[in-house]
Design a protein around this ligand. Sequence first.
Ligand code: ATP
Ligand code: MG
Length: 413
Amino acid sequence: MMTKKPSDSILVGLDIGTTKVLAIVAEFNALGEMKIIGLGHQRAKGMKKGVISDIESTVQSIQRAVEEASLMANYDIGSVYVGIAGAHIHSINSLGVAPIKNGEVDEFDVRRVLEAARAMAVPSDHSILHVLPQDFTIDGQQGIQDPIGMSGVRMEVGVHVITGATSAAQNIMKCIRRCGLEANALVLEQIASSETVLSHDEKDLGVCMVDIGGGTTDIAVYHDGFIKHTAVIPIAGDHVTNDIAMAFNTPKTVAEEIKKRFGNVLVQLVDRDHEIEIASIGGRPPRKLKRWALAEVIEPRVDELLMMIQAELDRSGFLNLIGSGIVLTGGTSGLDGIVELAEEIFHLPVRRGMPDYQGNLEQSIRNPIFSTGVGLIKHGYARKNRKSLVLEEYSTEEKIGKSITGWVKSIFA
Ligand SMILES: Nc1ncnc2c1ncn2[C@@H]1O[C@H](COP(=O)(O)OP(=O)(O)OP(=O)(O)O)[C@@H](O)[C@H]1O
Ligand SMILES: [Mg+2]
């Protein structure tokens, strides 16, 4: 069979998570419908809390995942949309002001006002990853989404700027290149996940997306249709696994298994008599364990994490703006009882989100661990089709000016 050649209608997402590396190949038809044709899923080695800690091991994991996906899709993977996360990520809302040159807004004016908005002090070891416009104001009239062609003398724009450690971004690029691949774009993981699990209505009304993975909890807040806040908390499912391994003196692999099969976040929801059997360390015979005792270990850690999320929302001032509540995704959102506990803590509606995908491979894809991977593809598709409002700043080759021009063309074309 002949291998499919690089094609405009085929996009590849690469999610380098703390626990797994995922390569997803998707083909789009003329109607923009997505069909997933390849999937590579490998255990991540060399990642800590969302950041690459060992290049060699990460390269191997990526290579395997990409090969697997490439074989299944029968497609030669050349370039990928890749995610970035980690505690080094910072975000800030900023404002830009510029005069409108000829009384009517053109692309040049938009570029200038965006440049004014991103002209801020970024620590020397950080790079701008995204500049996300929120809304434009012309002569005091707020809430303009597409200013091109409008009359006025003075334009303002509010933007959400996301920065990350330059070294973390460079290490991702290094791994990608070592695998013989090219990165189309480096995308903040919660932006990708949000593309998969949030609806337009939720983003309008106000919503907080929380992707709880293995090493990091990635947060994104939307309101009035635009992104308002992002944050990363370096605590997630691996911490729960470690707690279980410590509490019951059992290997991490066993702790991970019983967490997924029997774990519950709310002690009060667990049958007091339900017993499970777990392996011990060092060849000792297996032991019996009450399921509620397991929940007793899980509950405080997840409770602590949810409280940290709440504190983050409170600090950022967006807690009162998320009318449609919280959407949980990522592997750890699969824990029984987590939705109930989150509702108790936030006093807001909480639901689980995962790729709402039907078709080829849907059995595998409809799982919250795939939200980022599918989102990377959706994000890539939206950008290619000039619908995305995200400006990718970080790039190894492109000059920033060029990417801004590309972006301006891309949203207003
Ligand atoms: N059904 C489940 N119940 C509870 N926990 C689960 C379940 N499935 C997966 N997990 C946990 O989810 C975590 C992995 O989730 P995910 O694949 O989203 O993380 P990741 O993308 O590798 O990491 P990160 O995004 O933090 O860098 C692990 O800690 C795993 O134990
Ligand atoms: Mg993840």
